[in-house]
Design a protein around this ligand. Structure first.
Ligand SMILES: Cc1cc2nc3c(=O)[nH]c(=O)nc-3n(C[C@H](O)[C@H](O)[C@H](O)COP(=O)(O)OP(=O)(O)OC[C@H]3O[C@@H](n4cnc5c(N)ncnc54)[C@H](O)[C@@H]3O)c2cc1C
Length: 381
């Protein structure tokens, strides 16, 4: 599936991750600081524009290219990888897919150069998986939307270069009594839009995550993204795609665990030999490689279905489910192979361990992926 361009991209991102990210990321992680320099360098490499058409300032690549880049970044660090994933798949993509020409012209070019970031606000303090629970409301008052509500855990929403957050909100009631959901662009700094201090997180410590509140926030009516009432369909599409990207990121972390475990096992001595000589260690690493490899095939398959224009919901859910669980399993085994040093933050596997769990939660929990698969198999009404 990899053509020459994909191979070249993979090689250059791998080199970048080793040369630029690896030497400095532990410091950002420990200090919970956002790696602006790394983001700027990724922008110069064109990573933020990968899956977008050249006419909008993109690199003319495809979603699979983005996934390859995410895998290579996450092989070294997941905070940087999720920053790119959220910026592209949740930030710029909704505007690219559903925005008007004017919205694309205004917002996309700096996003695709990595000079600004955008965020997607779906989750609220009171719900995540059950989007029907959306309580944030937007009311049209003349030629302005007036927004009230709150969003929780929103990635890239509070950096110095965040330009807007796309917010899902209830904009009315349908004939059948259900909520009408729409998505609206809220520029950073709009009066009444407050970004809370960053969360204290278990992992992804160098990525940016905030709770947001909206108190009588007024934005122009033309900030509506796509058609009014299409919010539900829009975020389902964005999340289906995003699951392939999170699967790729999970594969990167799973493979990084293999890399670190091989390195350590060849070096660490016990009972007069490197621990790599023990079959128990060899089998653990063989199982880790098996999981990373199969998870990679799963996301390649989902990406192929998506790019062929076929229904890819089931494949994306399978890839996300299997890859995220493989990442958690590999992180646990890699830590075990490192013994006591695996519990020390100075070793990359400690970061992998802390960063792995969220992969089973974000952009749809493992339970929700199983629900999507079961529904696609006709088991759930
Ligand atoms: C670091 C981080 C970054 C994030 N970034 C973003 C972002 O940028 N934008 C955004 O909108 N959101 C973001 N999220 C939110 C994330 O997508 C949600 O946390 C996730 O979807 C789960 O929602 P929840 O936390 O409300 O859990 P809940 O939905 O409350 O689920 C709690 C538990 O119940 C289970 N459950 C729920 N419903 C069912 C069911 N029907 N059947 C079986 N089990 C069920 C879940 O699987 C889970 O185990 C982020 C979260 C984190 C932690």
């Amino acid at each position: 599936m990899l053509n020459e361009e994909h191979e070249a991209l993979r090689a250059s991102v791998r080199e970048f991750a080793h040369d630029v990210i690896a030497p400095v990321i532990a410091k950002h992680y420990d200090n919970h600081t956002f790696p602006y320099d790394i983001v700027a360098a990724m922008g110069k490499m064109g990573l933020f524009g990968l899956p977008f058409a050249e006419e909008h300032g993109g690199m003319g690549g495809d979603y699979f290219a983005l996934c390859l880049a995410l895998e290579e970044l996450a092989r070294v660090d997941s905070s940087v990888a999720i920053t790119l994933e959220a910026a592209v798949s949740l930030g710029a993509m909704p505007v690219y897919r559903f925005g008007t020409e004017e919205q694309k012209r205004r917002w996309l070019p700096p996003l695709l150069r990595g000079e600004s970031l955008a965020a997607f606000g779906l989750t609220e303090p009171g719900f995540g998986s059950d989007a029907g629970g959306t309580a944030t409301r937007a009311v049209l008052d003349g030629d302005e939307w007036v927004i009230n509500g709150a969003k929780a855990f929103i990635t890239n929403s509070g950096t110095d270069i965040t330009s807007f957050v796309t917010v899902t909100a209830v904009t009315g009631t349908r004939a059948d009594g259900s909520k009408e959901l729409s998505t609206i662009i809220v520029p950073s700094g709009t009066p009444g839009f407050t970004v809370a201090p960053g969360y204290s997180k278990v992992g992804w410590c160098a990525s940016d995550t905030h709770e947001l509140t909206f108190e009588d926030v007024r934005v122009p009516a033309e900030n509506l993204l796509g058609e009014r009432g299409r919010g539900f369909a829009q975020f389902l599409r964005i999340l289906d795609e995003g699951r392939i990207a999170i699967a790729a990121l999970s594969v990167g972390l799973a493979q990084g665990c293999v890399d670190e475990s091989i390195r350590y096992a060849k070096d660490r001595q016990a009972f007069g030999q490197p621990i790599a000589g023990f079959q128990a260690i060899q089998f653990k690493i063989a199982d880790m490689e098996k999981r990373a490899h199969l998870a990679r095939l799963a996301y390649y398959d989902a990406a192929r279905e998506m790019l062929a224009g076929r229904d890819f919901k089931r494949q994306a859910a399978i890839a996300k489910l299997y890859a995220s669980e493989s990442a958690v399993d590999n992180a646990r085994d890699a830590t075990q192979i490192h013994g006591g040093y695996g519990f020390m933050n100075e070793f990359p596997v400690a970061r992998f361990w802390r960063d792995s769990k969220i992969l089973e939660i974000g952009e749809g929990t493992s339970e929700i992926q199983r629900l999507v698969i079961a529904r696609d198999l006709g088991l759930v009404a």
